[in-house]
Design a protein around this ligand. Structure first.
Ligand SMILES: N[C@@H](CCC(=O)N[C@@H](CS)C(=O)NCC(=O)O)C(=O)O
Ligand SMILES: [Fe+2]
Length: 298
């Protein structure tokens, strides 16, 4: 029998992200999954409100942080992994294919000195790697498609699938970022749906369709029965055609160009310039999907 970790989700309404604390109640060891470092693009302000809320929760529960985990280099928010490592001294980890994402974006940002070698994390997971959260066994599954570095963490009976499946009423993640691939995403989702039916599925975003309250937990059985994309498109080619058609209508996430330069660097903010201030670098005319193209937008 797989272990049954206590899972607490923390919803960030600004990025529709769900951050998790996954704990072994016996040993009080926990992992933090996909923490958000706050950034307001209009003022340029950063903050640690989300991450501090997680730290307060962990402190109140008497937990020790064993791991700080990211499922992929996010394109819509900054990772708080580095900040939380400074606060807890716990090791950070991500999937080893992050190196391919680093190589891609190192070129996009024209950042020749950037070490595209994954050295920004304490551990790079390969497909099938195992680790522990207290006494609970955890396993890594590669889940590329949304990004080429995406992974799923299966911790006991809980799978952290981030941007593959959303809640059943929301379908699946987009696959049109650089390195994304709808066909590869379909195959990754099939592997997730091959987990035992009772496996708890924790998603990384909830865009609150119809304005409902945020939700983030389902099961493999519920996803197979009711996911609006997976229950509808039973054949790989049909899914790929529908996914690619929808992706052509989606605007880029508003923080993609700001986020990748932080997240490819393990959540480190840019080094301050001589005047002590940090600056982001935005490549012009790199991505498609401008506001004046016909797009659905929030
Ligand atoms: N409007 C959001 C969109 C973020 C977005 O593109 N999210 C990705 C996951 S990182 C996704 O899969 N979205 C699915 C969809 O919008 O259908 C933003 O600007 O941040
Ligand atoms: Fe994502």
């Amino acid at each position: 029998m797989p272990g049954h970790p206590e899972v607490t989700g923390f919803f960030d309404p600004r990025t529709w992200s769900i951050q998790y604390v996954v704990a072994d109640p016996e040993t009080k060891q926990c992992a933090i999954v996909d923490p958000v470092y706050d950034f307001d693009e209009k003022s340029g302000q950063t903050a640690t409100t989300n991450a501090d809320r997680i730290l307060d929760f962990i402190h109140n529960k008497g937990y020790t942080v064993a791991w700080i985990l990211d499922t992929h280099p996010h394109a819509d928010h900054f990772s708080a992994a580095r900040y939380l490592k400074e606060k807890t001294d716990a090791p950070t980890a991500i999937g080893e294919k992050v190196i391919e994402v680093q190589k891609l974006w190192k070129g996009f940002y024209n950042w020749p000195d950037f070490p595209a070698d994954g050295s920004q994390w304490d551990r790079l997971f390969a497909d099938g790697d195992t680790f522990k959260v207290g006494n609970i066994d955890a396993k890594v599954m590669f889940s590329p498609g949304h990004t080429l570095a995406s992974i799923t963490y299966v911790i006991g009976d809980a799978a952290f699938v981030h941007d593959t499946l959303f809640m059943p009423d929301s379908g699946t993640a987009r696959a049109d970022f650089p390195g994304g691939d709808a066909r590869v995403l379909w195959r990754s989702i099939q592997a997730i749906l091959a987990l035992p039916d009772e496996t708890r599925i924790f998603t990384g975003h909830d865009y609150q369709p119809g304005g409902r309250e945020p939700q983030w937990e389902s099961t493999v059985a519920e996803q197979k029965a009711a996911n609006i994309h997976m229950a509808r498109y039973k054949i790989e080619d049909d899914f790929v055609a529908a996914r690619e058609a929808r992706d052509r209508t989606l605007a880029m996430p508003k923080l993609i160009l700001q986020s990748l330069q932080i997240n490819m660097n393990g959540g480190r903010l840019p080094v301050p310039e001589a005047n002590g201030r940090r600056y982001l670098k935005i490549p012009l005319d790199l991505l498609t999907g401008a506001a004046w193209d016909e797009m659905d937008r929030d």
